[in-house]
Design a protein around this ligand. Sequence first.
Ligand code: KG4
Ligand code: ZN
Length: 339
Amino acid sequence: MLDFITLGIESSCDETGVGLYHSELGLIGHQLFSSVEIHSEYGGVVPELASRDHIQRVLPLIKTVLTNAKLTLQDLSGIAYTAGPGLAGALLVGSALAKSLAWSLGVPSLAVHHMEGHLLAPLLEESQPKFPFVALLVSGGHTMLIDVKAIGQYKILGKSLDDAVGEAFDKTAKILGLGYPGGPALEKLAKQGDTNTFKFPLPMVDRPGLDFSFSGLKTFARNTFTKHPNKKSDIAKSFEVATTQILMIKCRRALEKTGRITLVVAGGVSANLSLRNELNKMGRKVGVNIFYPRQEFCTDNGAMIALAGHFRLSHGEYDTNYEINIKPRWSLEELTQIK
Ligand code: KG4
Ligand code: ZN
């Protein structure tokens, strides 16, 4: 079989990412530009600014990734792009470029689900999870537990009924005056904090089921910070402890319910080392193997889109027309198993 080279383009939020996946060699390059500095001034992502920045960044990133891999556009076999979920204007930049490039090169294009990219990111590593497994996806927009039978066979076991866990990190960090994005800043501050000064509530862990609720944690953080303004690091630590406890308890429950012995944890919050430690402890106790993406592929990137696109394109899946089509809202359960 001829080598199949997939270009992946990610532009769903505030990171422009591109990746190159080779059928024989695996990932052969990736580039990322984060517009986070532009948004930090506003305390969150400004969609119009994100779209404009993607327009400026994406072509130079593609040129760089191809040059570094000693390839040209003509070497590409297919182009995968994030079609959703995400910010409409931002998604339009990646999809319009992917479709135009694919049309001009005479190669197929493929709409990729952003969360399938996150979910499959651990498959970019040497030690890979085997199907079936339970996946915990924790990002700025989603918190989900999924039963994964195969690529494309996804059953959502539970999800957040309000804020996503990354959003809870960002909002709590904002309350503590840590700027945007809050997750990494809060993790850093929590390292100096004491675990036992404050006890955050653990919403929904006493109830059966696998859904989550995180909005109460930021309210608790706000009230505590108002009363104890000089206890920032202790509040950060207790918040982190509470979120990791909630996620650990629900993962354990999902594993028991499904009988799976493998857990995949991905999405921006999976970069958090306290979360990894807590989950690894649980994994050792119950005999479950846990797989994460490497740190840089936890948050948004083009490599995971190239990989997810590669699996589908190389199995003969592709967009059936060149219409520019995005899906800002798109459930993982709508995806189909690869043939
Ligand atoms: O997956 P991602 O890059 O984008 C979305 O698809 O949403 O996730 C971004 C989220 C943000 O909420 C960010 O604060 C959080 O992941 N995050 C973290 C850490 N690194 C990123 N949260 C906790 N600890 C971290 N180290
Ligand atoms: Zn993401």
